[in-house]
Each structure stands twice: as C-alpha cells, then as structure tokens.
Design a protein around this ligand. Sequence first.
Ligand code: 2AM
Length: 178
Amino acid sequence: MRVFVALELPQKAKDNLERSARQFADFANGGNFVPKENLHLTLHFLGNVEQSDLIYVQSAMDSVAGTPAPTLAVTRFAMQRTGDIVWAKIRQSEELTELHRRLGDDLEKNGFEVEHRAFRPHVTLIRRKSFTLPFSEVTKNVQVFNMPFAATRVTLFESVFGAQGVTYRPLYTVELKA
Ligand code: 2AM
C-alpha cells in the first residue's frame, strides 16, 4: 500500500486554504484542485509499504508522540519547481524541523528510506494548474490567510485511488503536545 506520514491541518486552516483556492479558481483554465478534506502537510512519504510492516511505521510515530506540536503559518503561495503545482508554503520553525528530523531518524532506524533533500514544508493546493494570467499576476488577487495554528496530529495515511480520484485513508495517529 502507498503510504505517507503527514501533519493533519485543523478545520479552520483547511477552510482558509479553501478560501484562497477559490480565489485561484477564478483564474483557472483547468487543473486539479485538492479537495479540502485532503489538505495536509507531508512529513515523510514512504511509498509502497507492506501492510505487515506498518507496525514499524507506527512505532516510529510513537517516538514523536507527546513532543511539541509545531505552530504552522502559511507564508505565501508558490509554484513548485516543475511549474505545474501550486503550494502553500509553510513557515519553518524549530518544532517543525525537529519533528521532521526525529520522525525521519526513527523511520530509518526501523528500516525505511526517507528523503534527504531539504525539507520544504508545504500544503499542495492545485496540481496541473493552468491559469489565464501569469502566476505572479494571479497571486496578487489571492489572499494569504496567515493566522498561525497548532498542528497536533501526526497521521499515517494510505493513498487510495478510486473512481472519485485519490482519497487519503487515515491508518494511525499520534498526538503532539499543544
Ligand atoms: P505533494 O503534496 O508535494 O505532491 C500524498 O501523495 C502525499 O505524498 C503528498 O503530500 C505528496 O506530496 C507526497 N508525495 C507523493 N509522492 C511523493 C514522492 N515521490 N516524494 C515525496 N513526496 C511524495
């Protein structure tokens, strides 16, 4: 199964991102807007993992349970390097960096491969975007709701591909200390 570990976003944060996404939609020719309920911040993408190995992911997650919850805030909207994905960039913080590092270390100890390139915290909003104006013009019309919020839930999700597109099925959650 295709799995990843992510920070869940509080409902209010998802509502605000959805409000920005609706403003992007006014300038869109197409593109896949991520459904509000799918919005998340990936900490570690694991790819295909056998169901019987999920316990080792869970035990790595247990090692970060109760550690400080990062305070997140959207800094701006940006295009990912490939140019067809719109991200909400999330401000780096010590708690977030530390959570990402600790979880990565424990996943590696448990035998999983994690990416070592720089961690760029983001929430993907739109895939295969296509706008009627240059992106720099579009963003002038999109409000950034930058009120900080605590992300207290680290969840292991399975990506499930179905007729309705992709859905993320939560398999296991640990709580952080707010
Ligand atoms: P993205 O939002 O930047 O696309 C579920 O697909 C989650 O896993 C998404 O957050 C996605 O990141 C991330 N993901 C998917 N494939 C990935 C890969 N090959 N490397 C890193 N992250 C990936």
